[in-house]
Every structure is written in structure tokens, then in C-alpha cells.
Design a protein around this ligand. Structure first.
Ligand code: C2O
Ligand code: CU
Length: 467
């Protein structure tokens, strides 16, 4: 294993290095004035993307996913958002804990950015990890308004040779609206998936119920899969991120195992598994030992509980003669051991005091309500600065809900007493229970919501309010 680490930007990131250069000009109609020195400009605008040869209209930040933002811990993130959309927009920095006014939630933390308007986000990013940015107005996230955000540590403890970001998305924008003019859904069947899109058998792991014709990896459908390259003996780092609106994913690499090193950007004791399950908003960093002699291997992405199939390819250098696996070829590893929250041990637990939490909330997740209430007709959850807060959730509905807290990292309670530190945690359906603790150290009004964006739009949101 070579110890030298080579910087390798993810496939989504061709523009990233450039995008961070001071004075780099933005795209889109309102890119007239240069951004402030050191700022990255993101222009939210209508655009067209090519999905396996089919041009479809969507909204995005110029590329799909949007340009990768890559910083080092302690850097200042400075982004000028220009709104070239016909409606209001904002950007939320998913997993980061900025000052409240930079959190990008319209009417809660800022005035929405009106069409033709501009807003500058600026805050320091002390905590390294794999994060995402996305629009936070209505269902805009369901279009192309998202991208990866990586904060590198000042000194990297992991040793690896190459790195790739993989953003997993469910997609229907411009496809269903044009009945049949989009690309074919692929090996739909996502081999092994549940029989019907909206069927919900009692034991299904179902995160959503809408119909999404495509699953994309880094903005590309399975017929035009992104290719990650490697060499025999290399160690890869993958940053896998679920940005879908309505789909939980199973993720595996044929012929290879995954050593989980981080979840939601926060370090855990390494644990080696065959597959990952990612609720919407969750991220996992894994290391992959490329111990095959060569070839092209399927990176399989399967929708949980319904049809849907996405993929990427892992190609060893020198394997030009090998043909890639068939689009629908399903890695057996998808059925292998999953990393469960109970398997994950925080490497940097939250500094919780001893004793008992200062405040507890017990919240039932039922339908799309939290604690029997639907936002905006919902009471804020009051906390005070400095408190140790515990939230316990019991999910009595038939869907799995990935619950996301803005502005904080929380620690999931597991039997080890050292559960993973995360910002998004999936609560299983039909009686599933998850409890987490956080320290109230970031004053403001913060959203706590299901990251199924349909559920969120239906009111599955509460505010955590500092008093
Ligand atoms: Cu990805 Cu309100 O969040
Ligand atoms: Cu939900």
C-alpha cells in the first residue's frame, strides 16, 4: 500500500478547483458583477442536463451535481448565491453548523433570495467531513439544486490513494413531465427490488411512496454510468451521499468490501461490511481495498423497498479490454452485512457531562407528523443555551423516516454507550425507536425535520428554539 496520498477530485468536481479560485466568474444570466475576492459564486438557474443522450430541462447550479466545494478545516466558506430562477431560493449547508443566519432556511433564518437577488453566505468551517449543500425552498431540492461539500482536515489521518465523491439521487424532473421522452428507466426492476412502486408489504424497508423513473449517481443514469478508476493494490476513499428526495438506498461494490470510517462526516472506529443503507440526507465515508487483479466492477445502488437501480463502475487501470458488467448486474454484496448504527462507535464522542440530560423530548413520528403536530402549526421545541438535550423518537408509521437536525451534531444512543455522531438518523417503520443527545451550543431557531422532502412539505418539521 502506498502511503502517499494523491489528491483526486471526484467525478462531479471537474469545476471545483476552478470554482474556488478568487474571481472565477459565475455562469448564468446574472453573472455580470464579479464576486467578492475569495468568493465562490453559485448561480441557481434553469438549465438542461443530458441523461444518457436525452436532454431534459431542470434547475441547478450549472452542473449536475453542482460544483464540488472543497475547503480545509478552519477555512471561511464564502459563497455568493445569485438567483436566476423565477422564484425565491436559498442554500442550506447540510451537516455544517454555521451561525443561525447562515443556515439558509427561508423565513426562519433569512429572507428568501428573490428572483434576480443575491445573498452572500460566509462563515468558518471548523469541522472536517463530508457534507452537502442544497436549496431549501419547497421541492427545489428535487431538481438539480444540490452539490457536494467536503471539508478536509488540516492533517489527514487516513491513508488512501484516491478519493471519489458519489452523490446518489432519485430523479423525475423533466422525465415524467414529458411522458416517455426521457431515458428508459433501466433494468428497472432494480433486480431484487419490491414488485410494485407503491406497494408496501409489511416487512419492506420503505422510505417513500412516489414514483421516480431514474436513479442517478453523480447526475448520470445507469446506461451512462460514472467510472471510477483505480490500480491493483490501491486504497480508495469513497464519500457516499444520499441527496434523494424520496428514496433510501442500498450501496455495495461487487468483489470488494467497505470499511466505514465516517458517518455524516464524523469519524467512527473502522468497521468492515459488504453494504451500506443510506436514508435521505445520510453520508458514509468508506475505504475500499482494491485487491482484485484488474477488471471492471459494478458499484450497485438499489432503491430500498421499491423498483429503481443506479450504478457506477470501478475500473482498474489497464483493464481497457475488459467489458463492463451489464447495466442490471447486481452485486451479491448488496445482500451482505450492513453497517448498523449499533455497529458504529464514535471516535470523537460529544463531550456530554455525566448525569442526566437537562431536557428531554419524546416524539412520536406518525404519518407525517412529529409529536402529533404538523408544521407550521407546531410548537417550537424549547431549549436553553448550554443544555444537554435528549430527543427520543418512536416511529409508528409505515415509512422509514430519516430525521435531520440543523445546526448541531448529535450522538445516537446505542447499547455501547458510544454511538455514532451524526446529523441525520433513520428511524425504522412500525415501532422503530431512535434516541439522540446534543449539546445546545449554537443559538437560534433550527429546523428538525424528516429528509423525505415530500414528508417535509407535508409538515414533518419542528423548530428547535433557543429561549
Ligand atoms: Cu438537508 Cu433541512 O436539510
Ligand atoms: Cu419521513
Amino acid at each position: 500500500m502506498t502511503a502517499t496520498r494523491r489528491r483526486f477530485l471526484g467525478l462531479s468536481a471537474a469545476a471545483a478547483g476552478l470554482a474556488l479560485l478568487p474571481g472565477c466568474s459565475g455562469r448564468g444570466p446574472s453573472a455580470a458583477a464579479p464576486p467578492a475576492p475569495g468568493a465562490l459564486r453559485l448561480t441557481a438557474a434553469p438549465m438542461r442536463v443530458d441523461l444518457a443522450g436525452h436532454e431534459i430541462p431542470t434547475w441547478g447550479y450549472g452542473t449536475l451535481p453542482g460544483p464540488e466545494i472543497r475547503l480545509r478545516a478552519g477555512d471561511v466558506l464564502r459563497v455568493e448565491l445569485d438567483n436566476a430562477l423565477p422564484e425565491d431560493t436559498t442554500i442550506h449547508w447540510h451537516g455544517l453548523a454555521p451561525p443561525n443566519r447562515m443556515d439558509g432556511v427561508p423565513r426562519v433564518t433569512q429572507d428568501p433570495v428573490v428572483p434576480g437577488g443575491r445573498f452572500t453566505y460566509e462563515f468558518t468551517t471548523p469541522v472536517p467531513g463530508s457534507f452537502m449543500y442544497h436549496a431549501h425552498v419547497g421541492m427545489q431540492l428535487d431538481r438539480g439544486l444540490y452539490g457536494p461539500l467536503v471539508v478536509e482536515p488540516r492533517s489527514e489521518e487516513l491513508s488512501y490513494d484516491r478519493e471519489h465523491v458519489l452523490m446518489l439521487d432519485d430523479w423525475r424532473d423533466g422525465v415524467d413531465a414529458h411522458g416517455g421522452h426521457g431515458p428508459a428507466p433501466g433494468p428497472d426492476a432494480g433486480p431484487g427490488a419490491a414488485p410494485g412502486a407503491d406497494e408496501d408489504p409489511g416487512d419492506a424497508v420503505s422510505f417513500g411512496g412516489r414514483s421516480y423513473p431514474l436513479l442517478l449517481v453523480n447526475g448520470r443514469p445507469p446506461e451512462d454510468a460514472p467510472v471510477l478508476t483505480t490500480r491493483p493494490g490501491d486504497r480508495l476513499r469513497l464519500r457516499v451521499m444520499n441527496i434523494a428526495a424520496d428514496t433510501g438506498f442500498r450501496f455495495a461494490v461487487a468483489g470488494h468490501r467497505l470499511t466505514v470510517t465516517h458517518t455524516d462526516g464524523m469519524p467512527v472506529e473502522p468497521v468492515t461490511v459488504e453494504a451500506l443503507r443510506l436514508g435521505m440526507g445520510e453520508r458514509y465515508d468508506v475505504l475500499v481495498e482494491c485487491d482484485q487483479a484488474g477488471g471492471v466492477w459494478q458499484i450497485g445502488v438499489q432503491a430500498e423497498g421499491r423498483t429503481g437501480w443506479g450504478r457506477a463502475l470501478l475500473r482498474y487501470d489497464g483493464s481497457e479490454a475488459s467489458s463492463p458488467p451489464a447495466v442490471a448486474e447486481r452485486p451479491a454484496e448488496l445482500d451482505g452485512r450492513l453497517a448498523s448504527y449499533a455497529d458504529l462507535l464514535a471516535r470523537e464522542p460529544l463531550p456530554l457531562p455525566s448525569g442526566e440530560p437537562d431536557r428531554r423530548f419524546e416524539l412520536e413520528l406518525s404519518g407525517t407528523q412529529i409529536g402529533g403536530q404538523s408544521y407550521p402549526d407546531a410548537d417550537p421545541l424549547p431549549v436553553a443555551e448550554g443544555e444537554w438535550v435528549r430527543i427520543s423518537m418512536r416511529n409508528t408509521s409505515a415509512k422509514w423516516h430519516p430525521m435531520h437536525l440543523h445546526g448541531h451534531h448529535f450522538q445516537v444512543l446505542t447499547p455501547t454507550g458510544r454511538g455514532p455522531v451524526k446529523d441525520t438518523v433513520t428511524v425504522p417503520a412500525r415501532g422503530g425507536e431512535v434516541t439522540f443527545d446534543f449539546l445546545a451550543t449554537n443559538p437560534g431557531d433550527w429546523l428538525f425535520h424528516c429528509h423525505n422532502h415530500h414528508h417535509m412539505e407535508d409538515g414533518m418539521v419542528r423548530l428547535v428554539r433557543y429561549g
